[in-house]
Write a protein that binds this ligand. Sequence first.
Ligand code: GYE
Length: 331
Amino acid sequence: MLKRISALVLAGLTAMAVAACGSSGSESGSDGGGSGGGDDSITMGFSQVGAESGWRTANTKSVQESAAKAGITLKFSDAQQKQENQIKAIRSFVQQRVDVIAFSPVVESGWDTVLKEAQNAKIPVILTDRAVDSKDTTLYKTFLGSDFIEEGKKAGQWLVEEYKDATGTVNIVELQGTTGSAPANDRKEGFAEVIGADPKFKVIASQTGDFTRAKGKEVMEAFLKSNPDIDVLYAHNDDMGLGAIEAIEGAGKVPGQDIKIITVDAVKDGMQALADGKINFIVECSPLLGPQLMDLAKKVVKGEQVPARVVTEETTFTQEQAEQVLSTRQY
Ligand code: GYE
């Protein structure tokens, strides 16, 4: 279906290109090389992190569908959570002289060299979903995605409110996202900042679960073995939280009651667990970045100014709110 749509769009674009310049349709986007030059067909090289979570699956779908809708030819590459694969993909996009490169950097550091190569080739780069820590911000045109520090703060604020009358220590375990990734760094930081104001909140264990269900389960099992007295789990995404629920149930405890659970994302499976009372609070992080990404790509290829930072709008969900919106949830 999707293939048919993009084939149709491609055919349309080729026809337009032929009509506009009288050239016999060369491969779409292959001759643009980032400089536009009248032919408005755009080829985007997109390097995705991987397929580690429900969020990522929804994000990939959003990018692919929006590209087809916008008439943008997408060269899609899955990095399987490895930075070296992303660097290879970006180099190959540069060699193919795509019009624009978009990518979601798996980790924050180590991008300067390859981004410089794209810049030297005059191919604009858009960061989507995750940030890089490069000092030179001219290496990319814009960064579209969530404010992960804010997400961590929202998680912390719910906890502070939930335990406002508690007098004893609140023992928290944390499942971090992929080590070195922007969402793991920032969700940890925002949360720590808010709960740090009250010494009764203690993070007794914090380890990565790599944003996957399997790892979330495995690490939670280890947490449960070495810490008999866990009050709260803060997981940096729904998938790790869902894996942890299996571990908690396996240990004979009741998730959502014996151990309160806060997660981030609000994908359908997470929202279902929230409505079922197994998760207590979810901070939303929208994966539906495709339409905005395609708009930005068109502008950037035309050489138009775009804002340096585009932040996605997001909310939070309690158990009652999850029940209300579950049936209309898109992802
Ligand atoms: O929260 C997680 C995914 O970068 C915001 O990556 C994204 C995160 C998302 O694996 O589920």
